[in-house]
Write a protein that binds this ligand. Structure first.
Ligand code: ZN
Length: 495
């Protein structure tokens, strides 16, 4: 029975991989004229996959397995598959179908609403999506005491509003005063260097060199161009990254590439015995983001890393960087200022954008916040936390696509990822006190190996709370991130 189960799961995973290749292709330059037929292919494959995921055959296999008699890997696989099987079986098929159609309409309405900066176009769809999500939570069952906790658990297992309220409370108490002090500080770094012309071809060459420096395996991946950068893991031997080139702001390609590389290194280093199984993925959204942010912020903004690698930028955009000091470059790339758009926010203000979304989601599902009131609540919170008030819906409530597709409970992962990353860094420094020397010499292998040992190799075999507890000796804490931000920004702005 065990082998029948594994064969069945591998078949489902093969369908997923085929769909992922199509998804990657569509977002990296598939010809427009082929897309209608491609949509048919996706429809057929998705329907087949859904039938496999919810079949009576799978139900019988799961019933006949005796989990306590299985080896560790197969038992974790059983739990993973059973959880998604039960979840999809709990929603009546007709409701699931209606919801899928609604989501497609809602996403289209959101796009139009954003383009016209008019929340009213999106509102009726958003209300329906929220109603469906509330109904689904009832079908799935309340987890850890509240509706919103049920949603959080889907992205970050066992995460609750109690824990988040504490962690985010501590983070907010550090960041809000820091942002105000920086605003009031007379020390403003010169940022003109960021916006000079950097040809796309050079940015691509530089991106490839940075991937090499960071240890990305090109025999198990590739770099392509896209509109919204992402990493996609097809199987452990094919983990692709994408980036976006802006000739008047190289940061989107540079930090985008480093960020996606962090995600990719995670999946390239998962234990090969999990290849072809759904456990060959990240432990949670938050843990995945901890790897991308570790590389983006703790390596990609590290002074020694730039002392070693600044010549790459000088090589590909000499007029821009030839006469610049690394020190001035670091000040420019660490420049912090309140802004409206989450994905363009700097490292310090970014978590505030997340907390605003978290508080709103929590009140939608655990309180009685109505969809009609969201723009005002949103704008009030921006004013309160960041000291700026969006002037229109596109700049405010309509900027992110997540809610149009029903992804509630996802946003906290981004800030959790940064907290996990800071805690990994702190624990790593106990084992690798010469971290900065390694960055200076360009030998990142020990850092890479540490992360593989503590995080990467396990894939989804361990839960996020197990990884952080076992890897750092304690549960997730906000302390390491608040310490890092305090130290860094007080020094940068001489506060
Ligand atoms: Zn990411």
């Amino acid at each position: 029975m065990k082998q029948t189960f594994i064969d069945y799961v591998k078949k489902m995973q093969n369908y997923s991989e085929a769909l992922s290749v199509i998804y990657w292709d569509m977002r990296t330059g598939a010809p427009r004229k082929g897309l209608p037929q491609r949509a048919e292919v996706i429809g057929t494959l998705s329907a087949d996959l859904f039938a496999l995921q919810t079949s009576d055959e799978l139900g019988t296999i799961l019933q006949q397995l005796e989990p306590e008699k299985l080896d560790f890997v197969t038992r974790r696989l059983y739990e993973d598959v059973k959880e998604s099987y039960d979840e999809s079986k709990k929603i009546p098929a007709d409701e699931f179908k209606a919801y899928t159609i609604l989501k497609a309409k809602s996403e289209a309405a959101w796009e139009e609403a954003k383009a016209k900066s008019d929340y009213q176009i999106f509102l009726p769809y958003l209300k329906e999506v929220i109603d469906y999500q509330k109904k689904f939570v009832q079908y799935w069952g309340i987890k850890n005491g509240s509706a919103y906790n049920t949603l959080l658990d889907k992205y970050e297992p066992e995460m609750t509003t109690d824990v988040l309220d504490t962690l985010f409370g501590e983070l907010k108490a550090t960041i809000v005063p820091l942002v105000k002090a920086i605003q009031a500080s007379p020390n403003k770094p010169d940022t003109t260097i960021l916006f000079q012309h950097f040809p796309k071809a050079g940015q691509r060459e530089a991106s490839l060199e940075f991937l090499k420096q960071l240890g990305y395996d090109f025999e198990a991946g590739r770099l392509d161009e896209t509109v919204h950068p992402f990493m996609i893991g097809l199987n452990s031997g094919d983990i692709r990254v994408t980036t976006k080139y802006d000739e008047t702001d190289f940061r989107s390609a540079l930090f985008g590439t480093i960020h996606e590389c962090g995600h990719a290194l995670y999946e390239q280093n998962i234990d090969p015995q999990l290849n072809g199984l759904p456990l060959s993925k990240g432990a949670s959204m938050g843990i995945h983001e901890s790897q991308s942010l570790f590389y983006e912020n703790f390596i990609g903004r590290n002074e020694n890393f730039w002392t070693h690698n600044f010549n790459i930028l000088q090589k590909y955009s000499p007029t821009q960087f030839a006469n610049v000091d690394v020190e001035d470059f670091l000040k420019a790339i660490n420049y912090s200022e309140p802004s409206f758009i989450r994905i363009e926010a700097d490292e310090l203000t970014y978590p505030l954008h997340i907390m605003i979304r978290y508080e709103i989601e929590r009140e939608i599902f655990n309180g009685d916040l109505a969809a009609e009131d969201l723009p005002n609540v949103w704008n009030d919170k921006y004013e309160q936390y960041l000291g700026i008030r969006p002037e229109n819906d596109a700049q405010g409530i309509l900027q992110d696509t997540h809610w149009s597709g029903g992804s509630f409970g996802y946003f906290p992962s981004y800030a959790l990822g940064f907290m996990y990353a800071a805690q990994w860094k702190h624990a790593m420094m106990q084992d690798i006190p010469n971290f900065d020397d390694l960055c200076l010499s360009g030998n990142l292998t020990p850092i890479h190996e540490w992360l593989t040992t503590k995080v990467h190799q396990f894939g989804a075999l361990k839960k996020p709370y197990e990884l952080i507890q076992e890897g750092t000796g304690q549960a997730l804490s906000a302390k390491y991130l608040t310490d890092y931000l305090q130290q860094k920004y007080k020094k940068l702005y001489q506060l």
